[in-house]
Structures are given as C-alpha cells and as structure tokens.
Design a protein around this ligand. Structure first.
Ligand code: NAI
Ligand code: MG
Length: 442
C-alpha cells in the first residue's frame, strides 16, 4: 500500500492544512492501492509562497548548474525506474510491460531532449541595435491528467527546471502515486527547496486555486476541454500565461496508394495504444470507399488480436481503462454508436469474457460511421475506433477538418502524396506513414 498523505512544500513533506484523504484505485482490480490527501487553497498558498521565494535565487542559477541538476535527476530516476513503472501500472492500469517501456520511459526521453536543447540554447542574442534576453517566466502552476501521468509532468516540470522557473504541481488525483515517487526522486536529487512543490487535490479544490493565484505567472494544463476552459477563465483575472493541451478526435487518412491492410492494422494499433487513452489517438479512420471491404477485414483481424488482460501480467498488451467513471462513459458512447446506426465489426458493449472485475473494455471497431455521429464527434478516450469512408481526397480532407479539435492527424500513402494531404489538415501535429500512433507517443 502506498501512503502519500503529505504534500511536498519548500523541500519537505508537510501535513495538509485540512487533511481529507482519498483512496487511489487500481482499475484492473478495483481495489485500493493506497491513499493521498486532497488539499485546498491554503496548501496552494504555502506552496506558492515557497516557489516565489525560491525563484529569487533559482532564476539566477547558471546553465551549467541546471544541467548538473538535470543530470543528477536522471541518475536518481534511473535507480527508481521500476518503482515509477509499477506505480503507473497500478494507479491507471497500464500493462506493466507498457508502463516500463513507454510510460515510465517518457521522463527519460523528455529529460534527454531538454538537456540537448539546454546545452546550447541561446538565452541571449545580440542584434545590431538591441539585445534579446530570454528569462524564466517565474512561478508556474502545473495541472496534469492520469492517462500518461509521468509524461505530462515531464513535459512541464523538466523545461521549467531547465529554464530557471519554480513550480507547483498538482498531479491527477486519479493517478497520483507515480508523481509522489517522482517527488521523492527530485528531493533525493537535490532540487533546491521551494523550486519544485507538489500539492495533491482535485480540480475544484487545488486546480482552481492554482489557476486563480495572483503569484503564479503561468499555468500549464493537460486534460479535458471542460477543465481547460475553466482554467483559462480562472487565469484571466490575473493575466497569467496559459498553455493547454486538450482533447482530440484525430483523423487518420489512409490514401488510395497506401498498402491498405498494413495502414489499417497500424491505425488500429495506434488507436488502441494505452487502451485508447491518448489525446492524439487516431480515432477516426478515413478509408477510400473502394477499399472499405478490405479495410473492414483488416481492422477486424487487428482488433481481434488484441486481448485485454491483467495489467500486472508481463504478457498483457491492453489493460483496463482508468476508472469506473471512464468505463461508464465509454460504454454509453459504444451504445450510442449502435443506436445511431454505425456497423459494429469488433468488440461492443460490456466487459470482455473472463474479465468481470476491473474496468475492461472490448477493443471495439465501428464501420460505416458518418462524421455527424456522436462517436465521430466526441472524444471516447477508450479503445473504440470509427471507420469512415470517403469518395475523393477533397472529401477526406473536409471530414478530417470537420471537428472542434485540432490536436493531431495522420496520413498514410505514397510519401510525397501524403505530405501534400498533410498540409491541408488543420491540426497541430501530423504523422506521415508513421507508427507513432502506437500509443507510445502520447
Ligand atoms: P480532467 O480534465 O477533469 O482532469 C485533468 C486534470 O485537471 C486533473 O488534475 C484534475 O484534477 C484537473 N481539473 C479538473 N477540473 C479542474 C478545474 N476546474 N480547475 C483546475 N483543474 C481541474 O479530466 P478527466 O475528468 O479525468 O477526464 C475526462 C475526459 O478528459 C476524458 O474522457 C478525455 O476525453 C479528456 N482527457 C484528455 C486528456 C489529454 O491528455 N488531453 C487527459 C485526460 C482526460
Ligand atoms: Mg486510479
């Protein structure tokens, strides 16, 4: 059992101001794996005061000092790598092999990349008549989700440490254990007091206090559109910088000149990676009308190969979804797909046979989906793929862009051709002929 009922403020573990504990559930077993506390605005005040004080000195550290700190963090992280992977697997249900290979590995990947950038980053540039100096923003508030718990923290905390910022992290209350272990790692690595602080809690209790705090200069959030909007509004009154990474309903355009069966199989794998719980999941597969039958067969075969199972088993390829709430939401969307007339070709409602305990979902594929159906519009955040056919490329591009989201997109086909189509997709990150969509790239 994990017990992390204290918060980490100013370099030490401290009791919450008003301790309310909360169980952390393993979605594969539905059992508690430990407890954390849910904090409030008073805890946030203490953490912000520590971060504000620490900024005075940490912002003045040299590049070399920060490089040394990041290198030391990496050493300690590697020593506790398996603890992190175990925690992730238990708190959000990632199969242990995936937790070790992909989930826990994201910290190392981002740390190495940040170090590479930091080593020769131009903090100062001299021009003919002026000088540009890039300075740390100040105190940062970070609010993170449960789907890639360490990755999302890595994307925020590592660059902040590299730049000379100080921070307050509020991890997801659904998957907070890996973050607590990470906090032990940062402490052991010698992150100076107040530079990194961690307060657990929920959105209304701690997330809202971070978003509105007058002494926080920037808030960075990853999670639902709903929470993103609330955070941006709460941050507006204090004119904070706000960075957000929200949901997606990414199109995967398979072109006529792609190897259809291979592209479909990769697309299924991509959509089902991390049990479909990735913001950039290629969840709408667009196939040329004349190849629909081939695509359906390939998708069914690929989906049937994926067997959900116990997250603790080294052989398991797909774990449960994160919580009962998400399970119910996904079931409702699968039923909605059937109701609205999509053709179910794999999976469907209910739990997979033999997995009655745990929030397991059948790997599900719908064909003959139209882009106005709920399953084509809403982010399912589970292993549910929608196949939509198109007549010509203009229609494919139009369908791809007909979404409120714009996070990511995928194109498969002859490389030059795919590149031309990719340019027409209105999304921030396009994968061309990649297998990046296998869920190992959150
Ligand atoms: P959520 O957006 O409610 O939670 C993410 C984080 O935001 C958590 O740390 C939570 O405590 C915090 N939060 C919630 N409300 C807040 C508020 N008003 N102010 C400040 N912080 C707040 O996500 P949830 O409910 O766990 O998942 C719901 C849906 O969100 C999923 O089905 C999926 O569609 C989407 N999602 C997207 C993610 C992404 O990576 N883009 C990650 C997780 C969820
Ligand atoms: Mg959990």
């Amino acid at each position: 059992m994990y017990t992390f009922n204290d918060f980490y403020i100013n370099g030490e573990w401290v009791k919450p101001q008003d301790g309310k504990t909360c169980e952390v559930i393993n979605p594969a077993t539905e059992k508690s794996i430990g407890t954390i506390s849910l904090g409030n605005a008073a805890d946030v005040d203490l953490a912000v005061a520590a971060a504000k004080k620490a900024f005075e000195t940490y912002s003045q550290t040299s590049r070399d000092e920060r490089i040394a700190l990041l290198e030391r963090i990496k050493e300690v992280y590697m020593a506790r790598y398996d603890d992190v992977a175990q925690a992730i697997s238990q708190e959000m249900g990632a199969p242990i092999r995936f937790a070790k290979r992909s989930q826990a590995g994201t910290w190392v990947m981002h740390l190495d990349q940040t170090l590479a950038v930091l080593r020769d980053y131009k903090f100062e540039e001299t021009h003919a008549a002026h000088e540009i100096r890039k300075e740390p923003i100040g105190v940062c508030g970070f609010i993170t989700p449960w789907n890639w718990p360490i990755n999302q923290i890595a994307c925020k905390v590592i660059p902040a440490l590299a730049a000379g910022c100080t921070c307050i992290l509020k991890p997801s209350e659904i998957a907070p254990i890996s973050a607590a272990i990470l906090t032990e790692i940062l402490h052991e690595a010698g992150v100076p007091a107040g530079v990194y602080n961690m307060v657990n809690g929920d959105g209304p209790g701690v997330g809202a206090a971070i978003s509105a705090h007058p002494d926080i200069d920037m808030v960075s959030f990853t999670g639902s559109t709903r929470a993103g909007i609330a955070i941006a509004k709460a941050a507006a009154d204090t004119v904070k910088r706000v960075a957000q990474e929200l949901g997606g309903k990414s199109a995967n355009i398979i072109l006529d000149d792609a190897d259809i069966a291979t592209a479909v199989a990769n697309g299924v794998k991509g959509c089902f990676g991390n049990t479909g719980q990735s913001c950039n999941a290629p969840s709408r597969m667009l196939v040329p009308e004349q190849h629909l039958a081939t695509a359906i067969e390939a998708a069914r075969a690929a989906a049937e190969k994926i067997k959900p199972g116990d997250s603790a088993d080294e052989k398991t390829m797909m774990g449960p979804v994160v919580s009962e709430l998400q399970y119910n939401k996904i079931q409702a969307l699968i039923n909605k797909g059937i109701e609205e007339g999509a053709e179910l070709i794999a999976g469907g409602p209910g739990k997979p046979e033999g997995l009655e305990t745990g929030y397991f979902v059948k790997p599900t594929v719908f064909a003959n989906v139209t882009n106005d159906m709920t399953i084509a519009r809403e982010e399912v955040f589970g292993p549910v793929l929608s196949i939509i056919s198109y007549k010509d490329e203009d229609e494919a591009v139009a369908i791809a862009n007909d979404t409120v989201y714009g996070l990511s997109g995928y194109v498969s086909g002859e490389p030059e051709h795919a590149k031309q189509i990719a340019k027409r997709i209105r999304a921030g990150m396009i994968h061309i002929n990649g297998e990046e969509g296998d869920g190992s790239n959150p």
